[in-house]
Design a protein around this ligand. Structure first.
Ligand code: UDP
Ligand code: MG
Length: 310
């Protein structure tokens, strides 16, 4: 007999052996208090530490704990998509296992979404982040705000809840490069935010180094904005105008005032400059074309190696 599942927790894990047990303990405690039919779907994103074994052990004791193993490291965005794809709950909460977003917030999310929203984002009450991270996230968010038209709430936490209908809409997005928050905003519907507590990562280290964060930022900008392309056109027009004007001025001066011989170094300089600018914008075009190429193959988003309790 399958009972209807009220809540699915979708949790991507990648080398998280140090936090798994504590996460399950806190989450299950909380859900038992709330007396909700739940499932916790872990998506292992190709960890080679003890993460999978620990989850399997827990899954033996409690069949609400489920595991989806991706065949290699696909990246968090694909892992989350896989988890949503296999979830059955009326509501879905997506959270990380590192306990930065505390499980005791689950009930606040449920209270808020039951007011009739389709999606509720958690935003951080207070931000525990290094100065460097804060600096870059400030730049990231202001670029995003200005150039993508995605009006994302500030200080987003990872944890969020959405309903089945919203999940089904999400799964209709087949793009390979996925900036999940962008897709959520693109879906629209009735959205709300609640403030949640933030804690330090319980144990282990962040997998998002600077390079991965930059890649995510590029995904967000290139997938949701054509501004770089428009800038290229505008800049091209601007340079062409300057060039025409300069030629005109040189011609006038030469014909009516002084007969000078312009030096080759300046010509050489401008040549290199314009070559550089052209290459830059050709490169920009290539970035978009690369994305088109990737999308056009429409490969499956994830490959699943094994499942437990699913
Ligand atoms: N993660 C993943 N695949 C990856 C990298 C990370 O599934 O390739 C998961 C990771 O296990 C964690 C979540 O994504 O559950 C967020 O990562 P982390 O906590 O390291 O990042 P931060 O909170 O510092 O941004
Ligand atoms: Mg984290």
């Amino acid at each position: 007999m399958s009972r209807d599942i009220k809540l699915s927790l979708v949790v991507p894990v990648y080398f998280e052996e140090e936090v798994i047990n504590q996460f399950i303990k806190e989450v299950v405690e909380e859900l038992d208090i709330l007396k909700i039919n739940y499932e916790v779907i872990f998506i292992d994103d190709g960890s080679t530490d003890n993460t999978v074994n620990l989850i399997k052990d827990e899954a033996k004791e409690n069949d609400n704990i489920k595991l989806l193993e991706l065949s290699y490291n696909h990246g968090k965005q694909a892992a989350v998509t896989a988890g949503i794809n296999y979830s059955k709950g009326e509501y879905l909460i997506y959270m990380d296992p590192d306990l930065q977003d505390p499980p005791k917030e689950i009930k606040n999310f449920i209270v808020e979404i039951e007011k009739g929203y389709d999606l509720v984002f958690g935003v951080r009450k207070q931000k525990k982040d290094s100065l460097k991270n804060r600096f870059f996230s400030k730049i990231f968010w202001s670029v995003l705000d200005k150039y993508t038209g995605l009006d994302l709430p500030r200080g987003l936490a990872v944890m969020r809840i959405f309903n089945r209908d919203f999940a089904e809409r999400f799964l209709m997005y087949k793009e390979q490069n996925r900036f999940i928050e962008g897709i959520f905003m693109h879906i629209g519907m009735n959205q709300s935010v609640i403030e949640i507590e933030q804690r330090e990562r319980f144990a282990g280290v962040s997998k998002f180094n600077f390079k991965r964060k930059m890649n995510l930022a590029f995904d967000a900008i290139f997938d949701f904005s054509e501004l770089p392309l428009k800038l290229a056109v505008r800049f091209g027009i601007f340079l062409a105008l300057i060039g025409t004007l300069a030629l005109f001025v040189i011609l006038i001066v030469k014909l009516f005032f002084v007969d000078f011989q312009p030096g080759w170094p300046s010509i050489f300089g401008f040549l290199i400059l314009s070559l550089g600018i052209q290459l830059f914008f050709i490169g920009l075009l290539a970035l978009y074309i690369g994305r088109i190429y990737r999308e056009s193959k429409s490969r499956p988003l994830f490959s699943i190696k094994d499942t437990t309790n699913i």
